[in-house]
Design a protein around this ligand. Sequence first.
Ligand SMILES: Cc1cc2nc3c(=O)[nH]c(=O)nc-3n(C[C@H](O)[C@H](O)[C@H](O)COP(=O)(O)OP(=O)(O)OC[C@H]3O[C@@H](n4cnc5c(N)ncnc54)[C@H](O)[C@@H]3O)c2cc1C
Length: 454
Amino acid sequence: MALKTIARRAAVVGSGIAGLFSARVLSDYFGEVVLIDRDDIPAAPGTRSGVPQGNHFHALLPGGLNIGCDLFPGFADDLVAAGAVQCVGGRDFFVFRPEGKSYDLARFQPEPKPAGLIYFMSRGLLEHCIRRRVSSLPNVLTQYKSLVREPLTEGGRVTGVLLDGRERVAADLVIDATGRNARSIKWITTLGFEAPAESVVNCDFAYASAVLRPVDPNAIGGAGFFVFPKPEDNNVRGAYLVRVEGDIWLAGLGGRYEDHPPTDIGGWRDFGRSLAWPIWDELVSTAELVTDPVPFKFPRSVRRHFERLERFPEGLVPLGDAICHFNPLYGQGMSAAACQARALGDVLQRRARESRDLTGLALEFFPEAYEVTRTPWALAAAADFLDARTTGDFPTDELESLGMLQVLGALADTDPQAAQLITDIVTLARPLAALHESPWRERLAPSAATSTPS
Ligand SMILES: Cc1cc2nc3c(=O)[nH]c(=O)nc-3n(C[C@H](O)[C@H](O)[C@H](O)COP(=O)(O)OP(=O)(O)OC[C@H]3O[C@@H](n4cnc5c(N)ncnc54)[C@H](O)[C@@H]3O)c2cc1C
C-alpha cells in the first residue's frame, strides 16, 4: 500500500534480484509498478536464460538477508518453508584454508563459533521467494517474456519503454535493472548524455558448477564448505560444495588467471582432484551427477561512476549490477543490490516527506548508491589485488579503512567485539564506515597509519 504516492507509474526493466527489490521499494511511492523481463519467468523455482549465473552457488550474505527481512517481514520463514537449508553461521559452513579447517571465512578460526542463522538455497529458489512476495503486492503488475528494446523519450527525458512486440509502456520513472550489461548506457548516450567513467578490477575468475544427488545429503558434515587455494604454490584453484533445497548438492570449481576449470566431466573431476584439499573430490565421487558442469567466466569487476555525472536524463535510474558488479567469489552482488534498493527507498521517502516530485532523482540517488557500494567494492578489490596478476584500479580512496580493517583482523583473535565487527563488515551487515566510529577509530587508526594493507 502506497505510503505517499509521488507519481503514477514506474517501470522496472529486469526482474532479477535488483529489479525485485526495487519494485518492492517503489510500490510504496508509485500508484503502479510494472515489472518487466525478457524471460518467461517459470512459475516454479528454476534456472532461466536471462540469469546464466543462476547455475552457480549464490550465497545471500547477512547484509542482503537483513534487508530482505525488513522489506518482507517473515522472509526467512518463507525461505525455510520453501526448502532452503537453515544453518548456523560460524558452525555449519567452513573453509579449508592453507592453515587448516576454519569456521570463519575471513580468517583462520579452527574452533566453531556459532553466530546467526544463514540460509542456503539455489539462486532460483531465492529469486522465486522474493518474486512471490513482490507479485502479491496489489500495485505491482508483471509483464514477462517482454524484451525492452529502447526507451520512450520526449524532449530528452525518458517517459517509458518500448517492448519487443512494439507495445509501449508509459512510465514516470524507468529503473534499469538489466544487470551487468546495463542497457541504459546505450540509451543515455543516444540521448546525448555522457556515459559514466568506469573503475575495473581484472580479476579473471571462472566457475564450472554441477548439480549432484548425494546418497547422504548430510555427508558434508554441515551445510557446505569452500576449498581455498594455496597461495604459496601460486595455486589459484578453489571449490565449493553446498547443500541446497531438495536434498541436492551444488558442486563448483573455480579457477583464475586463465587456469579455468574444464566443463567436460573427466577434466572437471581431474581439476577437482588437483585442489589443495581432497575432501571436495572425495565427496563428489560419492554422489550422482545430475547435470553436466556449466561454466561462467567473469573477467572483471566493474564500477560505473554515475555519481560523477553532472547531467542525467530525467525519468531513468539504473540500479544493481548495472551500477556495480563484483567478482562473484565474494558473494556480494545480491546484497549490494538490496542496499541500493533500500537507498533508493530512502531518497523517495525524503521526497515524499518534502512533497518533491521526481525531478533530479537519479542525480540525488547516485551518490547514495556509491556510498552503499563502497564497502563491497573495496573488500573485493583489496582481496583481488592480493594476487599480483590482478590489474586495474586499486581503490586508493579506501586505503585508510582497509588499513584499519587489517588492524581489526589482528585484534579479532582475542577480542570478541572486534571479531563480531569484522564478520559484520565482510558479510555487508555493516559498512567500512563503522571502523571510523568511536571507540574503533581511536583503537585502530594509529596502528593503521603505520601499516599499509597487504
Ligand atoms: C557466477 C556468479 C555467481 C554469483 N554469486 C553470487 C553470490 O554468491 N552472492 C551474491 O550476492 N551475488 C552473487 N552474484 C551476483 C548476482 O548474481 C547479482 O549481483 C545480482 O543478481 C543482482 O543482479 P541484477 O538484478 O542487477 O541483474 P541480474 O540478476 O543479471 O538480472 C537482470 C535481469 O534483467 C533481465 N533483462 C536484461 N535485459 C533485458 C531487457 N532488454 N528487457 C527485459 N529484461 C531484461 C534479465 O532477464 C534478468 O532477469 C553472482 C554473479 C555471478 C556472475
